[in-house]
Every structure is written in C-alpha cells, then in structure tokens.
Design a protein around this ligand. Structure first.
Ligand code: SAM
Length: 349
C-alpha cells in the first residue's frame, strides 16, 4: 500500500474523459461560455490505459469514468473494454447525466462496465429546464429506465451494494421539497439514491452557504415524512453515509460541505488532458501528459505518481469548512477562464 502523509492509500481514481457537457447545471456550469481544453491535449484511449496501468501498479483498484459528460466521448465502450480487461481493477463505474444513456447502456455493459450512477436533481420538467438549461428530462427518464433494466436488478447487487445509484444535489429553494419524491422514484427503479450537499467547488460561482441543505436538515425532512431513520453500518471509505427507512429503503448522504470526509478520502482525479489532482479543492495538479508524450520510461512516471501521493497532505473540504466567512471557491470568473482546470466539470465530479 502506498500511503499519503496521513497514511491514506491510493485506491480510487476518477477519470475524466472529457471536459464537455451537454447540460449547463446551475450549480456546476452556470456561465454562458467556457474555456475548453485544447483537443490535441486530450489523452487518447491508449494513453489513458497506460496511465491506468501505472495507477493499478501503485494500488488503485477502483476507477470511475466521469467528466464533463462522459457519454459525449466518442466510442466510450472501447475504453471501458480496455479498462475492464485489466487485472487488479476491482471496480469500474461511470457517472453520467443519463441523457445519452439509452443508446449506449448495452454496449457499456457488454464492454465490462460494473456499476453506474446517474445524476438527477428533479422530477419536474420545468425545474429540470431551469436547472440545466436543456429541456431533456424525458431523455433522462429513458436513460434511468435503461440503467434500471441493466444494473438495477436486485439479484445483481453485490453484498447489498447497489450497482445503480442516483445522485441528487440538494439546493435550498430549488429542489429541497422533492426529497421524498426522488427517494420513491429511485426505489421504483431499484436504485439507491444519494443526496449530495451543494458544494462550493470551482465552477459553482452561484454557491452561497444559505443555499446548502445540510445532512441534518435532509434527515429531519425525511424523518418527518417517514418516521425514524436508522444509520447503516459504515462500509469503507465510500463518501456517502447510508441510512435506512423503517420499510428497509436505503439511501445515502454525501455531506462534503458540512461534514467532510477528508480523513477517509482515497480519491484522486485525472483530467481528460492528463493533469492529476489529489483533491477536488487543490490549487494545482501534476502534469502526467507531458512526461507520457515525451516518452519518459514507465518507471519514471510511476515514481512521479508515487512521490506525488506520498507527499499528499490535502484536506481541502475540511479547510473550506474551517473558514469563517465562506463564499464561492473561485469567485472570479476571469480566473476560471484562464485555467479551466479549476472547474469541477474539468476535474471530474
Ligand atoms: N456529467 C456527469 C453527471 O452529470 O453526473 C458527470 C460529471 S458531474 C460534474 C458529476 C457530479 O458532480 C454530478 O452528480 C453533479 O451533480 C455533481 N456536482 C457538480 N457540481 C456540484 C456542486 N457544486 N455540488 C455538489 N455536487 C456537484
């Protein structure tokens, strides 16, 4: 095991395959225009595969494909097939907004995708349009049904763990009156819902503390509707704390804003252009594309990654929490334009 400065292992890699997205969610990409990564900088599948081999050699056994919107990356099932064939990779998952899922789900599953998470913040068409600036809830619903068909079957759950999850960012005054509706929609689809506290990540230029609905508030609202809620046992360094309603329906809460899990965080992020970030809030990353394309020996690249992780002391979310007067993380839009790597949609959510 390769330990960071606090003894945390390198295990979980989030791999962004594109910085492009086909939605413009208010909490992630609220601006009218963006600076995109130059196309020639975006890693080819063979380059991604070579880097993943190095990460696996250093302890990574979980990879999640994300973006941007990963289904916009052409021929994604081919990458999934390359990665799923790797020995040592225990878990290959995908996070998507679901818009393009119906046409791709079977190819993704055949290629070896193991799990899927679909983001869904509202069940109401007018709200979806207001929140994402695209009138696409019907397409997303189709995608959810497709995900339910392929990954939702209860028989496919591995030791109680759902292969199909739905992630909902809860924002005060936007969708905080839909918690129970979303929970019930997820149950019908055989998915586990996870409520995510609105985070002040780069790109969330409209974030303010009063718009965050805390884990405590989420639990109180659900308890009011369903009665007592039981915490479920901790099952490792997963970011979500899991709970159960009286009827056995389980759900999760990811409370990175009010109760961060930095001490347990084993994640790092590789952007589509090969920048490696040790924390969602890190000011800078390590360029792996440069040495890879220069033809550096795999051993040198491996040492670069290993020494990066060994030196890691990031506690980004905890530091944000400790700030008294908390505002948007990168408030200056100019700064985001100059360095798209500061954005959540580039780092990979
Ligand atoms: N396009 C894919 C999707 O929609 O799932 C993957 C990328 S998206 C950046 C990944 C996740 O980040 C989504 O579930 C999204 O809701 C979440 N996210 C983006 N901005 C966020 C914010 N400010 N606070 C909390 N979660 C956020």
């Amino acid at each position: 095991m390769l330990p960071d400065q606090f003894g945390g292992p390198l295990r979980n890699l989030r791999l962004s395959v594109t910085d492009r997205c086909n939605l413009r969610c208010e909490y992630c990409m609220p601006e009218d225009d963006y600076a995109w990564l130059p196309r020639e900088d975006v890693l080819h599948f063979e380059e991604i595969s070579a880097l993943v081999d190095l990460f696996i050699g250093l302890g990574v056994d979980k990879v999640r494909l994300t973006g941007g919107e990963p289904l916009l990356r052409r021929d994604l099932p081919a990458l999934v097939a390359m990665l799923s064939a790797k020995r040592g990779l225990r878990d290959l998952a995908l996070t998507t907004n679901g818009l393009l899922l119906t046409d791709q789900i079977d190819a993704l599953e055949s290629a070896g995708l193991g799990r899927i998470t679909v983001s869904l913040d509202t069940l109401r068409r007018d709200r979806f349009l207001a929140l994402t600036r695209v009138d696409a809830l019907d397409k997303v619903r189709e995608g959810l049904l497709a995900a339910g068909r392929v990954f939702g079957a209860p028989a496919r759950r591995v030791s109680g763990d759902f292969l199909f999850k739905i992630d909902t960012v809860v924002i005060r005054g936007v969708n905080d009156d839909e918690l129970a509706d979303l929970l019930e929609a997820a149950r019908e689809l055989h998915a586990e819902l996870r409520f995510i506290e609105y985070m002040d990540v780069g790109g969330a230029t409209r974030w303010s503390p009063d718009r965050v609905v805390s884990r405590t508030e989420i639990l109180a609202a659900l308890a009011k509707r369903y009665g007592p809620i039981e915490p479920l046992p901790d099952d490792g360094p997963a970011p979500a704390d899991r709970f159960s309603l009286r009827d056995g329906t389980s759900f999760g809460i990811i409370s990175s804003t009010t109760a961060p899990f930095c001490a347990d965080c084993d994640r790092s992020r590789l952007t589509a252009d090969g920048m490696w970030y040790l924390c969602l809030y890190a000011a800078s990353g390590l360029d792996l594309r440069g040495p890879l394309r220069r033809g550096d020996a795999p051993e040198d690249l491996r040492n670069l990654i290993a020494s990066g992780w060994r030196g890691r002391r990031d506690r980004g979310a905890e530091e944000r929490l400790a700030l008294g007067d908390r505002r948007a993380f990168v408030p200056v839009q100019d700064l985001l334009r100059r360095d798209p790597h500061l954005e959540m949609h580039t780092r990979g959510g």
